[in-house]
Ligand binder design. Structure first.
Ligand code: GAR
Length: 209
């Protein structure tokens, strides 16, 4: 059974979807740790309730980005994780952490990448930008993390309709429903080692019986 740790910064509804999927046996893996970039967030309570070890690693406690990157890499390694899931994690993954987990860090983004991604596109801001642009379809993307922001190879996407009268909050709730289905599916494949990256393409390998 592959072990993975989950990095969070907020409410942790995506973390909860992973906890529930592991408990139902839909993800054949184990969450070996939850690391938060912020103290006091509800995601930490969700982890504690599920008996998962937690840690808080704050950028401002480190002199510079390099020191933070090394601390993050070492903390992830110490959990025994074979891969990493960013579930609403709003901090940057540095080069040392990336090097330690090549094609083994996955992120969920609340839009259909490559649209509405990159610096500044997180949380409700994404849905505000979607509404301002007037697009009719949005959704969620699960992708591998590379050195860019929201630029890595795409694993899975799910679409949601933008409806007349939507507010950012209403649209976020509709997209979240997609996220809570899509992320556990992708993590389940990752736990079974069934994702193969070839350049920009991600292939799903057949299930081994
Ligand atoms: C989710 O919508 C996630 O896709 C988004 O933050 C929210 C976290 O919610 N992530 C980003 O915007 C990353 N760029 P959660 O804490 O309830 O899972």
């Amino acid at each position: 059974m592959r072990k993975f740790c989950v990095l969070v910064s907020g409410g942790g509804t995506n973390l909860q979807s992973l906890i529930d999927s592991v408990q139902r046996g839909e993800i054949q893996g184990q969450i070996c740790g939850v690391i938060s970039s912020r103290p006091g967030v509800y995601a930490l309570e969700r982890a504690e309730k599920a008996g998962i070890p937690t840690q808080v690693i704050r950028r401002k406690e480190y002199a510079d980005a390099q020191a933070y990157d090394l601390a993050m890499r070492d903390a992830i390694k110490a959990t025994g994780a074979e891969f990493v899931v960013l579930a609403g994690f709003l901090s940057i993954i540095g080069p040392q952490t990336l090097r330690a987990y090549p094609n083994a860090i996955i992120n969920i983004h609340p839009a259909l990448l490559p649209s509405f991604g990159g610096k500044g596109y997180y949380g409700l801001h994404v849905h505000e930008a979607v509404l301002n642009a007037g697009v009719k379809i949005t959704g969620a993307t699960v992708h591998f993390v590379d050195e860019g922001t929201d630029t890595g190879p795409i694993i899975a996407q799910g679409a949601a309709e933008v409806k007349p009268g939507d507010t950012p909050e209403v649209l976020q709730a509709r997209v979240m429903e997609i996220e809570h289905r899509l992320l556990p599916q992708a993590v389940g494949l990752m736990a079974q080692d069934r994702l193969q990256v070839d350049g920009r393409q991600v292939y799903i390998k057949e299930e081994q019986i």
